[in-house]
Design a protein around this ligand. Structure first.
Ligand code: URA
Length: 237
């Protein structure tokens, strides 16, 4: 796994080709700032997006990226795949190889996918304590009834993982359509939960993660950067 952090002296040496011993002298002389503060500690650990300035010259800083994408069906939520188009393949941007996907969708599922190069942010999103709600519109083959609502709320035991799913909310929208809210993301979770009723999932569309609603202007396959407020709100919610 690529580290999100570097030691300051190593970072400056790598970026400038100045010897580590000379970097130490620069630091001792107060000629380096990190995020606007003078830094003198060679062993200071800086994060990957820190702005480091040496003698007034700003070293190339990595920019954090946060993207929402409307995943079409038939696309893999992975960075690489030998056979199929991946969500990364849909992006036309130079930095796409640095991105990862917090919270995947199955091959035929559609809707809201996030992509980022900020490992800290994506870890915050998946912390079990945060219980960030993900909302899906699900179309099923057989008619729905109130029993489903109780079963989803009670949680279901999954023998393979030896866990019981957290209480999930199921709202019946029409005979074959439900709105399902999960606060976790187990493998094929929604399909397996409907599978308990031998009810096949015909389509599954994620339209919300926490406070973030899929932008209705994005056609399948389209994407846009998140605003600063959207990024912050997701980990504050
Ligand atoms: N649950 C599923 O079964 N599939 C998804 O893509 C997401 C949640």
């Amino acid at each position: 796994m690529i580290s999100n952090k570097s030691r300051l002296d190593r970072f400056i040496s790598r970026q400038t080709h100045i010897k580590r011993s000379d970097v130490r002298a620069l630091l001792a002389q107060g000629r380096v700032t990190v995020d606007g503060e003078v830094a003198t500690d060679v062993a200071l650990v800086i994060n990957q997006f820190a702005v480091v300035v040496v003698d007034g010259r700003c070293l190339p800083a990595k920019k954090p990226r946060y993207i929402m994408l409307n995943k079409p069906a038939g696309v893999v939520s992975a960075t690489k795949d030998g056979c199929h188009t991946t969500v990364i393949d849909l992006l036309e941007r130079g930095d796409r190889d640095q991105l990862h996907i917090p919270g995947r969708l199955d091959f035929n599922s559609t809707g809201l996918i996030l992509l980022t190069n900020d490992g800290h942010w994506s870890r915050q999103l998946s912390l079990p304590d945060r219980q960030i709600a993900k909302v899906y519109t699900v179309t099923v083959a057989e008619p729905l009834c109130a029993v489903y609502v109780d079963a989803f709320a009670a949680g279901m035991y999954f023998e393979y993982e030896n866990i019981t799913t957290r209480p999930a909310q199921l709202e019946i929208v029409s005979e074959h359509i439900a709105e399902v809210t999960l606060c976790e993301g187990r493998y094929h979770q929604i399909k397996r939960m409907f599978g308990r009723f031998q009810n096949e999932v015909l389509s599954l569309h994620r339209h919300r993660i926490g406070s973030l609603e899929l932008d209705a202007k994005l056609a399948p396959g389209e994407y846009r950067d998140l605003s600063t407020c959207e990024v912050a709100a997701l980990t504050e919610s």
